[in-house]
Design a protein around this ligand. Structure first.
Ligand code: BES
Ligand code: MN
Ligand code: ZN
Length: 505
């Protein structure tokens, strides 16, 4: 991931590979955003005209490269579009975050770049600096570990360092902003890496090891891993049942960050299906292609726990990773099998591809046993979430209106797209089983909501709970855009960290 350094030197004096400046459109003209004045002056005030000559328009996330022709120490000037010049002169933070992310991503392969974009909203502005810093760390990501040297498509390495021009590089607020953006970017990168690693290299025990490595030791969380034997002994019928078809056994991981002394904790529960074949209710092959990403919820919990521990947030949080591989085999659960879940509820499994809710239920019960102050679960739970909200927005369901609103707001502030969804009571009866307490599939229409209602059955009465179905945005199946790479995206790590920071303060 790209590192950030703060500087007050003029862009023109920096010994870097490229200078990133902002441009906007004003009618049909291109205008320079604040922060480019030194470069423009060195180019005899011809920067905007030169960019316009080669086709730049200033539209959002447009990247235009020109040679500096020796006018600056850097050989290249990269202009990134911020869209229409705002009437009040203030560029939205997400606009800045995306523009910087796009520029940094487009410069992959460069060792050093620099940008004046922290000045676009008039110099000393912490929110704008935060957007720039996050744009750098989110856009400065590449997943190269599976490319051989011989690859003709060798993925370029992310930019090494981005120097960000600010009025005072020693300013405490500015340094804290950079520190936070670095921690957050590292967490998002970790989440993306875990999602991108193929399932053959990330079995449930490996995901548990990754949680220990990311959160244990110096980072300061207490991490406990429960293996398949103890899971069975403890009556975790969902996790054991889903995992029983696989050669690689399931795990439950508990990660504790104690930042606020005594008192109840927020519990985060993540779905960690390291590969979802569907089990005996086998998925068609096209639907299986990206099912290594079915542990995105768990990855986001691990990454969030690491980030809040590094930020030393004064809040108590327990993260749960419910992880199994959903495989068909002679040992696999069959449609019509009945599982006894943690806490004693029985579930008739009519479709082994609705496995996420089974592993999540056990972990939600475990959170409830600890008298959680609030439970938030994160899961790539249903294809129906993609049908309802598209691939970039996740659904937020809750038994508590305030909690749902808090998370929607945190998502917006963090630059992620989360949207409120209902839990209509009339859908609940479709989960009634002829044989057991519940069945694991219900009404086909509103499948995301039905899955939420299933999980709600395992939440203790009176405990505020929210369910994030991130099946769409946890993985980018389409093209790269702004700071979002193909594959694992890191959603919803930024929402969770933002929400926990707000709770802490
Ligand atoms: N992991 C899938 C959901 C999913 C689908 C995630 C597409 C990402 C992209 C989940 O385990 C699943 O298979 N859900 C079923 C539930 C159905 C059988 C009730 C689904 O959505 O089809
Ligand atoms: Mn499934
Ligand atoms: Zn799944």
């Amino acid at each position: 991931m790209t590192r950030i350094s703060l500087t007050k030197s003029p862009l023109t004096e920096l010994n870097v590979d490229a200078l990133i400046v902002g441009i906007a459109s004003k009618g049909n003209a291109v205008v320079l955003a604040p922060g480019a004045a030194d470069v423009d002056k060195a180019m005899k005030k011809r920067l905007a005209a030169a960019l316009s000559d080669v086709g730049a328009t200033g539209k959002a996330n447009e990247v235009t490269r020109i040679s500096s022709l020796g006018a600056t120490k850097a050989p290249m000037v990269v202009a990134v579009g911020l869209g229409p010049q705002p009437r009040d002169g203030r560029f939205a933070t997400e606009t800045v975050r995306r523009a910087v992310g796009t520029a940094v991503r487009s410069l992959a392969g460069c060792a050093r770049v620099a940008t004046g974009l922290a000045a676009v909203n008039g110099g000393d502005d912490a929110d704008t600096l935060r957007a720039v810093a996050e744009g750098v760390t989110l856009g400065g990501y590449s997943f190269t570990q599976y490319r051989s040297r011989a690859s003709s498509k060798a993925t370029k390495k992310a930019v090494g360092t981005a120097s960000v021009v600010v009025p005072d590089p020693r300013d405490k607020v500015a340094r804290a902003v950079v520190e936070r953006a670095t921690i957050l970017g590292d967490a998002v990168s970790l989440c993306r890496d875990l999602v991108n690693i193929p399932a053959s290299d990330l079995h449930p025990a490996d995901l548990a090891d990754a949680a220990v490595a990311a959160c244990g030791g110096d980072v300061g969380c207490a991490v406990e891993v429960t293996d398949e034997k103890d899971l069975a002994e403890g009556g975790h019928g969902g996790i054991v049942g889903v995992g029983q078809g696989a050669k690689h056994p399931p795990r439950l991981v508990r990660i504790e960050w104690n930042g606020a002394g005594d008192g109840k904790a927020v519990h985060l529960v993540g779905k960690g299906i390291t590969f979802d074949t569907g089990g005996l209710s086998l998925k068609p092959s096209a639907a299986m292609e990206w099912m290594k990403a079915d542990m995105g919820g768990a990855a986001s919990v691990i990454a969030t726990m690491r980030a809040i521990a590094q930020l030393k947030l004064p809040v108590n949080v327990v993260g749960w990773v419910a992880t199994a591989e959903n495989m068909p085999s002679g040992n696999a659960i069959r449609p019509s099998d009945v599982l006894t879940m943690r806490g004693g509820k029985t579930v008739e499994v009519l479709n082994t591809d609705a496995e996420g809710r089974l592993v999540m239920a056990d972990a939600i019960v475990r959170a409830g046993e600890e008298s959680a102050e609030v439970i938030v679960d994160i899961a790539t739970l249903t294809g129906a979430a993609l049908v309802a909200l598209g691939s970039k927005t996740y659904g937020i369901m809750s038994n508590d209106d305030d909690l749902r609103e808090e998370i929607v707001d945190a998502a917006g502030a963090a630059g992620e797209q989360g949207w409120p969804m209902p839990l209509p009571e009339e859908l609940r009866k479709s989960l009634d089983s002829d044989t057991a307490d519940l069945q694991n599939i219900g009404d086909r229409y509103g499948g995301m909501l039905v899955a939420g209602l299933f999980l709600q059955e395992f939440v203790p009465n009176g405990t505020p709970w929210a369910h994030l179905d991130v099946a769409g945005p946890a993985w980018n199946q389409g093209e790269v855009h702004d700071y979002t790479p193909k594959g694992g995206t890191g959603v919803p790590v930024r929402t969770l960290v933002e929400w926990l920071e707000r709770r802490a303060s």
